[in-house]
Design a protein around this ligand. Structure first.
Ligand code: IMP
Ligand code: MG
Length: 174
């Protein structure tokens, strides 16, 4: 059923942001060879697909499923994780990619999980940074767009599992 969406970031704006992120990531990884990109499902699937194709750095892809939202709208108390890395990251460069960083818990916990496997380096990237509720030591290495304490959906981000397929990011009206 059709619904009116309040577009916050257009498809063009997202594409521009992804290109800029790719340039920065490439610059930081120019000497490193292949980077293992860990995609945090489900939300980061669409962003990561565009990001790795915009990057010149060669990548290998791994996928983990994380969720922290209780009902699609309210953050849960703890993050649940499904699946495990199917690539050996020991001694390698790893980039963990999520759609959005809010408190920072998801990327922090996944960084710890990856760090336990003795990589050479772990970095984190999020397309959107929700700056208002971040734990002080949980900044991502790369982020593109910034928002306040708002709920957004589209371009991989869901509103109760819906709208991940939108090519733009929209603002949810309560
Ligand atoms: P954090 O662990 O608090 O940083 O939350 C990050 C996770 O919460 C992301 O992987 C998203 O799945 C989810 N999330 C946070 N804010 C939003 C939002 O505005 N829309 C959709 N998902 C969100
Ligand atoms: Mg998520």
């Amino acid at each position: 059923m059709a619904r009116d969406h309040t577009v916050l970031f257009s498809a063009d704006k997202i594409a521009e942001t992804v290109s800029e992120l790719a340039v920065r990531i490439d610059r930081d990884h120019s000497d490193d060879g292949v980077v293992v990109v860990v995609v945090v499902l489900k939300g980061a699937a669409i962003f990561a697909a565009d990001l790795v194709r915009a990057m010149r750095t060669e990548t290998e892809l791994a996928y983990l499923t994380a969720s922290s939202y209780l009902d699609g709208f309210t953050p849960g108390e703890s993050m649940s994780l499904r699946g495990d890395l199917d690539l050996d990251v020991a001694g390698r460069d790893v980039l963990i990619v999520d759609d959005i960083i809010d408190t920072g818990r998801t990327l922090s916990e996944l960084s710890t999980l990856v760090a336990d496997r003795r990589p050479r380096r772990v970095a984190t990237a999020a397309l959107v940074s929700k700056t208002s509720r971040r734990a002080p030591d949980a900044e991502p290495n790369y982020h593109g767009l910034e928002i306040g304490d708002e709920f957004i959906y589209g371009y991989g981000l869901d509103w109760d599992e819906r709208y991940r397929d939108l090519p733009f990011i929209a603002l949810a009206s309560p």
